[in-house]
Design a protein around this ligand. Structure first.
Ligand code: HEM
Length: 473
């Protein structure tokens, strides 16, 4: 009797599985037919995946950076992916980049508002009221001509941080973070305004920021419920900024204000901690990993490291101060930095289509997201021969003194809301690299780690450790 009912149970399970399988197959066929029938006029070719709404989210999510290029080979330079309800159209032909950055039919603010709301709890109303003012304030404070006033403290902070590093074995990322985070925060927010002076409190700050940064991209997409640790760190950082903004005086002459003071004079009091957190993220999240990659790539190539060392020694030697003017005599170092930025640029930059947007002979409908990929643009052999190689010399033909980059280079975005921190980023990176080479003989203890293909927003992160041995010169 028992065997009979068990067999009947098995048949039931089997039948249910078959029926569910058939229903799912029918749904998928139905879904594909709906899409084929209701196609989107002369819109770009679309990859919908097999499932309604979800689209190709699962395939895409496995290694999004590589998926973008695989689909370009299959579908051409303009195509749309359906990913979790969002139509994402990729423009991968450099001829179309100017349209992406300049067309009034696509919008920066409408692309980033929701992610900003999710990661930093800034309301829609506050974002649209204050975003342009914030952008212009940061741009003004960090314009190329304004950086001389920031330079002495930046140099002092980096030099003091590096002087603490003695002969030994280290993780490269820890060395870079350990010195740069604290100095950049003191520089842009005011010395000790964030808890940078007390070692224990600072370590706590760094731990929460690293967590916030690591899962930033997921925080922009998923409800906090799925990201417990990330939400805890975000809460900690917002609480810390809540206390900081109470203490910051926003009066006085504009020229003498820190970037934080200027920011706080233009935003609403309610969201002051939230915008401060965003400023902190923007100022650390891309530049500091780029310093890591620059050092890793330079140290990995004997020829490059020798050339860089020769340049530093012939300009400042082992003991002179690295003055701002000295940096102009070290162009090879700047080439190394730009080459690292080229190879580790953001996977995507986004805009929201607000009016039908024509590209080639196609129209991208309003509501879609459009994206360009600096990461892949910088691997185009037409502009960057031998694109996968770290070749700083390719930058010698760019007019770097006038800050003109190579054609096809879009690491800092473009148009009205291009990265306002780019000149500060290049200055801090140039200075740090010069000080590091001046002080240390540093050797990699293994291969340069690969990058994680999981993240599309911002500079790629290394997947594994990068141990180094440091000797003082
Ligand atoms: C190598 C380092 C950096 C890279 C590759 C980088 C790249 C970018 C990119 C691609 C954007 C979006 C632009 C667009 O969509 O057109 C952006 C925005 C931004 N960046 Fe940077 N950035 C770097 C360093 C910095 C630094 C050091 C700061 C500040 C000190 C900064 C502040 C900002 C801000 C505030 C925005 C948002 C602008 C807005 O919302 O209007 N960035 N950055």
């Amino acid at each position: 009797m028992a065997t009979e009912s068990a067999e009947r149970g098995n048949v039931h399970v089997l039948l249910t599985a078959v029926v569910l399988g058939l229903v799912s197959l029918l749904l998928q066929i139905f879904w594909r037919r709906i899409i084929a029938k209701n196609g989107r006029g002369d819109s770009p070719p679309m990859h919908t995946g097999w499932f309604p709404w979800i689209g190709c989210a699962v395939e895409f999510g496995k290694a999004p950076v590589h998926f973008i290029e695989a689909k370009r080979k299959e579908m051409g330079p303009v195509y749309t992916l359906l990913v979790a309800g969002e139509h994402m159209t990729f423009l991968l032909d450099p001829e179309d980049f100017h349209l992406f950055f300049q067309s009034p039919n696509v919008d920066f603010q409408k692309a980033v508002q929701l992610p900003v709301q999710r990661v930093a709890s800034v309301t829609e109303e506050s974002f649209f009221t204050y975003h342009t003012k914030i952008h212009d304030t940061v741009k003004g404070k960090l314009a190329a001509g304004q950086l001389t006033s920031l330079y002495p403290k930046l140099r002092q902070g980096f030099a003091e941080g590096l002087d603490h590093i003695k002969k030994g074995d280290y993780e490269l990322h820890d060395v870079v973070r350990g010195v740069m985070y604290r100095t950049v925060l003191d520089n842009l927010f005011g010395k000790g305004v964030l808890p940078t002076l007390d070692q224990d409190k600072y370590k706590e700050l760094e731990r929460h920021f690293v967590m916030f940064d690591d899962l930033f991209e997921y925080g922009a997409k998923l409800p906090p419920f799925f990201l417990r640790e990330w939400s805890t760190s975000k809460g900690w950082l917002l609480k810390m900024f809540g206390q900081v903004v109470q203490r910051v005086d926003t009066g006085g002459e504009e020229e003498k204000k820190t970037v934080l003071q200027s920011l706080l004079s233009v935003v609403d009091a309610q969201h002051a901690p939230n915008y401060s957190l965003l400023l902190m993220w923007a100022s650390l999240a891309n530049a500091i990993p780029i310093m890591f990659w620059t050092l890793a790539f330079v140290l990995d190539d004997k020829r490059v490291v020798e050339k860089a060392r020769q340049e530093v020694m012939s300009t400042v030697g082992t003991s002179s101060e690295v003055r701002e003017e000295s940096l102009a005599s070290m162009p090879y170092l700047k080439c190394c930095i730009l080459e690292a930025i080229r190879l580790r640029s953001p996977g995507i930059i986004t805009r929201r289509v607000v009016k039908p947007f024509k590209v080639k002979n196609m129209t991208v409908p309003a509501g879609d997201m459009v994206m360009v990929s600096p990461f892949w643009a910088h691997r185009n052999p037409t502009f960057f021969p031998d694109p996968h190689k770290f070749l700083p010399e390719r930058w010698l033909s760019a007019d770097l003194e006038k800050n003109v980059f190579l054609e096809g280079f879009i690491a800092f975005g473009g148009g009205r809301y291009q990265c306002p921190g780019r000149w500060f980023a290049l200055l801090e990176l140039h200075l740090f690299l010069a000080l590091f080479i001046q002080r240390f003989d540093c050797k990699l203890q293994g291969a340069v780690p690969d990058f994680s293909p999981l993240h599309l927003v911002g500079t790629q992160q290394p997947v594994g450790p990068c141990p180094v041995h440091i000797e003082n010169l």
